[in-house]
Write a protein that binds this ligand. Structure first.
Ligand code: NAD
Ligand code: TYD
Length: 351
């Protein structure tokens, strides 16, 4: 029975990954280490919390003593590190916490894994550290081209710089110590349970409350949207079949401008919920500082080596996503109560 230490498993992608893995495999054990920041929510995991192969531990990946204790208590085979501060706008306002969690947290996990996995004859077999990274480490594209795994790292935001720093440290542990690692770099995820500071759930939530829809700059920045379950399938393949030390890009082949996304969501809600939800809610606001223009991913490597491709087309994925939010108003109410109210006020309503 393999034991996975999944960090950040109460967040958007981590929770989806845990549910996917426990549904797929009955012979694995998952330890979920999550600090439960504003972005972590145990409601995301309802249904599997009674699974005997699942254990939740509230704690910080920067806490060396705690991480060592987990290694002593459980014979950990894989670390899948999702834990991070993940929102670019927050990183522009408060970069320090991004360096703490994303960089120092990563090195704490690496050091502990090295301590428990390394022997005099090298690393124990069938152990692996998987770093969940982002295409944002590559910087920004112009109108053409795609990010490949060998595209030079050139991050712009404090968020992407912290993720790039972590990637370089993970790579250094492979180059220097031959520690078994993989790094995955995915494009923008969407799907159920995403915290409504990110574009798609923010737009859905605002439409349903007849609030303005803030569009940064000219609305023509492009993101490549990846359905979260497709992402989880890719991570599973990388864990089980990824070649040691390799980076794998994971993209959705769904390039859309932000204003296209806004219009798709308005149209769906206008036709299916309330005809008062219209384009009149759109408000063009000051651009994000250092706003990357375009992200797009070349997925040839993961396709050719591991046989992965994104299965969910955008029309199906966005419909599932909008309908999930329509069916789960209580979840939205719970995560947007309290601290988020003040944050939102500062962030958008002053623009
Ligand atoms: P999220 O913000 O929804 O969740 C992050 C989780 O990490 C939360 O549960 C939070 O409580 C936990 N966490 C934060 N700091 C912690 C700490 N110090 N110790 C332990 N737990 C901590 O993020 P997400 O969207 O699920 O992203 C997961 C990973 O995927 C991140 O590493 C992110 O950089 C990467 N990623 C996300 C996207 C995306 O579109 N969401 C795209 C590319 C890469
Ligand atoms: P976001 O979901 O924050 O993801 P990322 O910055 O990591 O790509 O933003 C996606 C795109 O949407 C990005 O170009 C910024 C833009 N955006 C808006 O125009 N308005 C908003 O309110 C938000 C949150 C994002």
């Amino acid at each position: 029975m393999k034991t996975y230490l999944v960090t950040g498993g109460a967040g958007f992608i981590g929770s989806s990954f845990i549910i996917y893995m426990l549904n797929k495999y009955s012979d694995i054990r998952i330890i979920n280490l999550d600090k439960l920041t504003y972005a972590g929510n145990l409601e995301n995991l309802k249904g599997i919390d009674s699974n005997p192969n699942y254990t939740f531990i509230q704690g910080d990946i920067c806490n060396k003593e705690l991480v060592e204790e987990l290694f002593k208590k459980y014979d950990i085979d894989y670390i899948v590190n999702f834990a991070a501060e993940s929102h670019v706008d927050r990183s522009i306002r408060e970069p320090e916490v991004f360096v703490n969690t994303n960089v120092l947290g990563t090195i704490t996990l690496l050091n502990t894994a090295k301590k428990f996995w390394e022997t005099e004859r090298g690393f124990k077999e069938e152990k692996k550290y998987i770093q969940i990274s982002t295409d944002e480490v590559y910087g920004s594209l112009g109108q053409t081209g795609f990010f490949g795994e060998t595209t030079p790292i050139n991050p712009h935001s404090p968020y992407s710089a912290s993720k790039a720093s972590a990637d370089l440290i993970v790579k250094a542990y492979f180059d220097t110590y031959k520690m078994p690692i993989n790094i995955t770099r995915c494009s923008n995820n969407y799907g159920p349970y995403q915290f409504p500071e990110k574009l798609i759930p923010l737009l859905i939530n605002n439409c349903l409350n007849y609030k303005e829809l803030p569009v940064y700059g000219d609305g023509l920045n492009i993101r490549d949207w990846l359905y979260v379950e497709d992402h989880c399938k890719a991570i599973d393949l990388v864990i089980n079949k990824g070649k040691m030390g390799q980076v794998y890009n994971i993209g959705g082949h769904n390039e859309k401008t932000n204003i296209e996304i806004v219009n798709i969501i308005i149209k769906y809600l206008n036709e299916n919920v309330d005809e008062k939800i219209t384009k009149s809610l759109i408000k063009y606001v000051e651009d994000r500082k250092g706003h990357d223009r375009r992200y797009a991913i070349n997925t040839n490597k993961i396709k050719n080596e591991l046989g992965w491709y994104p299965e969910t087309n955008f029309e199906v994925g966005i419909k599932n996503t909008i309908e999930w939010y329509l069916d789960n108003p209580k979840w939205m109410y719970n995560v947007t109560s309290g601290e988020y109210q003040n944050y939102y006020k500062n962030m958008y309503e002053n623009k």
